[in-house]
Design a protein around this ligand. Structure first.
Ligand code: 13P
Ligand code: SF4
Length: 311
């Protein structure tokens, strides 16, 4: 008699059969996070992807994250539950525009630092990659005798300038999710919870960062909230973060930072991945992330430089 497995059991059985590993970003839905082998920020996911000996990586995140895993694991099959899971920051910096800019300003001899939220083609044009978790450290290690061009996030770039004191030219890109938080929307929730501390992602605007007690990557939010000497914390980032934080900090009261329009903020791209699509990508090994080998090789160097420099 055929046994009707529930979705979660089906995913775990397929994972075993495929010798796969399931990676999930902190912004995935709670149910996707709960079936993953590893949940983390972009930096943690890149390290995990580099170290795994699985044959298949099922990457529950957005395309640039799965593509990064493929760039550093060319021999592995990398699948992404929804191939349309993109990123507004990646869209803000087309490789052709960056190449044209660098040609036009070739006399500057820019040292290009690319935030990991960009395409493989942009990574290939860069000197080094960074994530929100290591951006300050990577910028501090940039050659002192070359001007820096930081792409594609002007808000993260501005925060790194404040932290590192290093001057940089910034590409004019932003994340639509994090720039939806406003000074007023955060001020309002602070009034409701006057004792709360505010933790915000560096992709938020300067005005919002000014209201934050801590600005950090999604992974660092966990240690910050865990050790914060208060009961209430206002978390100004994508709403999936609350699931991870509530698991890791069960005795804290975690409040989603609201936008002007709603009580929290979803990245629609991150939320394209579902358990059904995860099951299907493990079953059919599609959609796969594939890359031209010459491009992959050019994109790999800057990622490996980042991993070496963030140790
Ligand atoms: P983290 O690396 O901090 O998780 O950020 C990734 C991201 O896409 C933020 O919007
Ligand atoms: Fe990109 Fe913003 Fe979504 Fe992060 S939250 S994946 S930066 S669109």
């Amino acid at each position: 008699m055929a046994v009707s497995l529930d979705l979660k059991e089906e995913i775990l059985a397929l994972k075993k059969a495929r010798n796969a590993v399931i990676l999930a970003h902190n912004y995935q839905t709670g149910e996707v996070q709960d079936v993953a082998d590893f949940v983390g920020d972009s930096l943690g996911l890149a390290y995990y992807a580099k170290a795994t000996d699985a044959d298949v990586i099922a990457f529950c995140g957005v395309h640039f994250m799965a593509e990064t895993a493929k760039i550093i694991n060319p021999g592995k099959i990398v699948v992404l539950p929804d191939k349309d899971a993109g990123c507004t920051l990646e869209e803000a910096c087309p490789a052709g525009d960056l190449a044209a800019f660098l040609t036009e300003h070739s006399e500057r001899n820019y040292y290009v630092i690319a935030y990991i939220n960009c395409s493989g083609a942009v990574k290939a044009l860069s000197d080094v990659i960074c994530t929100s978790g290591n951006a300050v450290a990577i910028v501090r290690q940039a050659p002192a005798d070359r001007p820096i061009l930081f792409v594609p996030d002007e808000n993260l770039g501005a925060w790194v300038i404040e932290q590192s004191g290093r001057k940089m030219d910034l590409w004019k890109g932003h994340c639509d999710v994090h720039t939806a938080f406003t000074r007023d929307s955060i001020q309002r929730i602070k009034t409701e919870y006057p004792d709360a501390l505010v933790v915000a992602h560096p992709e938020c605007t300067h005005a919002v960062r000014l209201l934050a007690n801590e600005v950090c990557s999604t992974e660092k939010m966990i240690s910050y909230c865990r050790s914060a000497p208060v009961q209430h914390l206002i978390v100004v980032t994508e709403s999936g973060m609350l699931h991870r934080l509530r698991k890791e900090c069960p005795d804290k009261t975690l409040i989603a930072g609201p936008t002007d329009l709603c009580a929290c903020s979803d990245c629609l791209h991150m939320k394209r991945n579902t358990l059904e699509k995860l099951r299907d990508c493990l079953k059919f090994l599609e959609p796969r992330v594939e890359m031209d080998e010459a491009l992959r090789l050019r994109a790999e160097g800057p990622i490996l430089r980042m991993l070496a420099q963030s140790k």
